[in-house]
Write a protein that binds this ligand. Structure first.
Ligand SMILES: [Zn+2]
Length: 110
């Protein structure tokens, strides 16, 4: 194992991985040092991409025809699809954490 802690906190580098993989949803903050966390960009993109595919596939599966009804149904399905995509992805991939964007910015705000 080259990377002992794939789900390490970017701030205190303690292990936030759950055993087995996907037994817990990804953390929104570090349970050790309290820094706010988000999954890294490529994992967030993966979630959005998968939820788009699901949101488009679901109306097709239901047999909705026509461009406008399909778009409307896809919009309705997008948020449930986002949740499903997150569950599917983080059940199989260990979340790799980055600091929540905006955290650094607050250091410079007075
Ligand atoms: Zn931490």
């Amino acid at each position: 194992m080259l990377q002992p802690y794939l789900s390490a906190c970017p701030n205190c580098s303690r292990n936030l991985g759950s055993e087995p993989v996907g037994s817990k949803p990804p953390y929104t903050y570090c349970q050790f040092c309290g820094v706010q966390l988000v999954p890294v960009l490529w994992q967030r993109l993966l979630v959005v991409l998968l939820s788009l595919i699901l949101a488009i596939a679901f109306p097709l599966f239901l047999g909705i025809r026509g461009l406008l009804p399909s778009i409307f149904a896809a919009l309705l399905c997008f948020f449930p699809a986002l949740v499903v995509a997150m569950i599917l992805i983080f059940k199989n991939i260990r979340p790799k954490y980055a600091r929540k964007p905006g955290y650094v910015m607050t250091l410079f705000q007075r």
